[in-house]
Design a protein around this ligand. Structure first.
Ligand SMILES: Nc1ncnc2c1ncn2[C@@H]1O[C@H](COP(=O)(O)OP(=O)(O)O)[C@@H](O)[C@H]1O
Ligand SMILES: N[C@@H](CCOP(=O)(O)O)C(=O)O
Length: 306
């Protein structure tokens, strides 16, 4: 497969995975984006410039996650090796449970698509499969690609996803701490076996959540209950867990966002003033949290040839 462009621009959303009971399955795209420009260059060189999140921290060579993902996409279709210059403008915080690593992977794969003579050879299904291979779970990559809310699963080794149209009354709030927690750490504290009663409870809530998100947001509080992962992870994110519990006691549908430590609250537009008041009260006197109200990103990642 030949290259067909030498300059592309990608936009990719943050994502919140799990949404409570949908561990490794449900996810939501948020209107908070990373931006990437890629130019091919006539050498074997890789140059990476980063502005914003991760600047001065992430590697600026072949080890960079966007570069690795872009290369994976080009290799998948047998495209020739090329030099690359990446300009990354990152807003998605790293290690907070807002899908920064999935965004990096999806942006690299979409940049690869944009550079190809036949972009359709890296279609959305292929990007999801490759992203899941790189991430290990599909629940962030799916909403990053498709937008809105998604249910993702793996069948016969292949990742797949179904998109949900989220009810227009649903809006999201994320409460982002300064502290980071690597997803690998939060996955490391999960048990290999859970009681059947907890599995059954959580399966019912996940099914209810699909209905609540699409048709009846008044059910979000009950629908976001989970017994599969958040409680087990509370020891590695005590402040996060305390905030989730206090918000839920006050009737807010709060969950750990992804593997934490950000807190996601999903609610109805008409209840926003109540949520803001509850957050003001609970967070009064505590520092180190940023409250954001991103819209739901209903389109997913985009790539343009320049
Ligand atoms: N835009 C990016 N460019 C390069 N590396 C990134 C980018 N975003 C995330 N990463 C890598 O992924 C790590 C965070 O991944 P992870 O622990 O899964 O947390 P998150 O919940 O933010 O996805 C970062 O520390 C960094 O190594
Ligand atoms: N299902 C995963 C989701 C991880 O999301 P991230 O945004 O924290 O990378 C998990 O819970 O481990």
């Amino acid at each position: 497969m030949r290259l067909g462009a030498d300059h592309v621009r990608v936009q990719v959303p943050a994502t919140s995975a799990n949404l409570g009971p949908g561990f490794d399955s449900l996810g939501l795209a948020l209107g908070h984006h990373d931006h990437l420009e890629v130019r091919t260059i006539d050498s074997d060189e890789v140059r990476v410039d980063v502005v914003g999140e991760g600047a001065g921290e992430v590697p600026s060579d072949e080890r960079h996650l966007v570069v690795r993902s872009l290369r994976r996409g080009l290799d998948h279709v047998g495209a020739p090796r090329t030099g690359l210059h990446l300009s990354c403008t990152n807003r998605i915080p790293h290690g907070r449970g807002m899908g920064s690593s999935a965004a990096a992977v999806v942006s690299g794969l979409l940049a690869a698509r944009g550079l190809l003579e036949d972009p359709a050879s890296l279609d959305d299904a292929t990007v999801l499969a490759l992203a899941t291979e790189l991430e290990g779970h599909p629940d962030n990559a799916a909403p990053a690609i498709y937008g809105g809310a998604t249910v993702a699963w793996t069948s016969g080794g292949a990742a797949r996803a179904a998109r949900l149209e989220v009810h227009p009354d649903v809006e999201t709030t994320v409460v982002v701490p300064v502290v980071r927690l690597a997803t690998s750490t939060a996955r490391g504290v999960l048990p290999s076996v859970v009681p059947h009663v907890d599995a059954a409870f959580t399966a019912g809530r996940a099914a209810l959540l699909v209905h609540a998100l699409a048709s009846d947001p008044s059910l979000l509080l009950d629908a976001t209950e989970d017994r599969l992962h958040q409680g087990y992870r509370s020891s590695v994110m005590t402040s996060t867990w305390e905030l989730v519990e206090r918000l839920r006691e006050r009737g807010e549908a709060a969950t750990v966002s992804g593997a934490g430590p950000t807190v996601l609250v999903m609610g109805r537009r008409q209840d926003r003033a109540r949520l803001d008041a509850v957050l003001d009260e609970i967070l009064a006197g505590s520092s180190g949290w940023a409250v954001l109200h991103p819209e739901i990103d209903r389109s997913g990642a985009t790539v343009d040839r320049l």
